[in-house]
Design a binder for this molecule. Structure first.
Ligand SMILES: [Zn+2]
Ligand SMILES: [Zn+2]
Length: 251
């Protein structure tokens, strides 16, 4: 039977009630004291979502990809997703549906509708970056999953590092001119043809024109190597970069 009930928010709502008279009266009492009309309910849900923020979630699914044996994850957005609807769509692959779950089938509650998709584990890193790029402010992943993911990232980085190291080692280093070996030097040559001087370790040393040429050639080669290394060791942190280059190029 349909009733028009004045909800606790003060608005009227048509609601169909079943059960015994006693049961129906109990429900009517509940709606009048605590119920919200559908408009106020929507508003309340939206407020709660806004409070929760815009979250990216992921969890491991209990099966792997038939295609290549990859570990699979369900990823989804939760919280205040409404203003981000178009952004989420633009990321590709997400659909508004009941998400694939590993354990929710044990729960009696209705599967959650959300923006979700299934990805492979090695795609997680990129998906997190993408989620952050559209404004997800909270990244929620299972702790052990994070560890797996970090392990994968570390493995990838280690591989890159090894590749770099091999390249760096294969770069031919110029021979340090005898007079400069083991010295700190300001890289300045003073004087003129027939009477050049340098100050390695602060001590004045006269050099021949040939020695001058050798030193200049050495500096030029060293500069080229520095540029090569700089490209190889490119890092977001400039100080790291300088450190790596300095470690590789010594007298
Ligand atoms: Zn209302
Ligand atoms: Zn770094």
């Amino acid at each position: 039977m349909k009733y028009t009930i004045t909800m606790s928010c003060g608005h009227e709502e048509r609601i169909e009630l079943f059960g015994s008279t006693k049961e129906r009266d109990r429900k009517i009492d509940y709606f009048m004291s605590q119920g919200l009309c559908s408009e106020c309910y929507k508003k309340k849900m939206q407020e709660e979502a806004e409070k929760e923020g815009f979250n990216f979630n992921s969890c491991v699914l209990p099966y792997i990809s038939n295609e290549d044996g990859s570990i699979l994850l369900s990823v989804w957005f939760s919280g205040n997703t409404k203003p981000f609807k178009d952004d989420i769509k633009s990321l590709g692959g997400y659909s508004w549906s009941e998400r694939e779950t590993g354990n929710d089938s044990y729960l009696l509650s209705k599967p959650m509708m959300c923006w979700n998709k299934v990805i492979k584990l090695d795609e997680l890193e990129d998906e997190i970056i993408k989620a952050e790029s559209i404004g997800a402010n909270n990244i929620v992943t299972e702790k052990n999953l994070f560890e797996i993911c970090h392990y994968q990232i570390a493995l990838k980085k280690q591989k890159k590092w090894n590749e770099k190291k091999a390249i760096i080692e294969s770069i031919e280093k110029p021979t340090v001119p005898e007079v400069l070996k083991g010295c700190t030097w300001n890289q300045k040559i003073y004087g003129r043809s027939g009477g050049y001087t340098i100050y390695p370790n602060g001590n004045k040393i006269s050099i021949t024109d040939d020695q001058k040429k050798e030193i200049e050639n050495y500096l030029k080669l060293k500069k080229n190597i520095k540029i090569k290394l700089k490209l190889l060791t490119r890092c977001r942190n400039e100080r790291h970069e300088k450190y790596i280059v300095d470690k590789c190029v010594k007298y």
